[in-house]
Design a protein around this ligand. Structure first.
Ligand code: ZN
Ligand code: ZN
Length: 105
């Protein structure tokens, strides 16, 4: 069964900024858009492997954060190194955020 285009547009619209990914629109700094519309270059390596990942619309909406389905083509050890690099970025951000919270109370 093929779903109608109005339905596709309705579910493929960002809840936060109301851009329609189905029309290839998105916001750069919106967490739900993630800076891309329906698909984007590989999340793991930033597109070095030339794979395209598709937006997981259901997860994107339920987490209010862009979610992507896909697979990186680079060797596993390279992928792990890249993921570790981005993990440490995130923990540094949360540490400095925690310190800010402490200093305001
Ligand atoms: Zn958005
Ligand atoms: Zn990749």
């Amino acid at each position: 069964m093929k779903k109608s285009e109005p339905y596709q547009k309705k579910i493929s619209t960002c809840h936060l900024c109301k851009q329609c990914w189905y029309d290839a629109k998105c916001s750069k700094h919106c967490p739900e858009c993630g800076g891309y519309a329906m698909d984007r270059p590989c999340v793991v390596c930033g597109g070095q492997c030339h794979q395209t990942w598709r937006r997981n619309i259901a997860k994107t909406h339920s987490f209010h954060k862009a979610h992507w389905d896909g697979k990186c083509d680079l060797p596993l050890d390279v992928q792990q190194a890249l993921m570790q690099a981005s993990d440490s970025d995130i923990s540094e951000q949360s540490i400095s955020h925690g310190l800010q919270c402490l200093s305001t109370t």
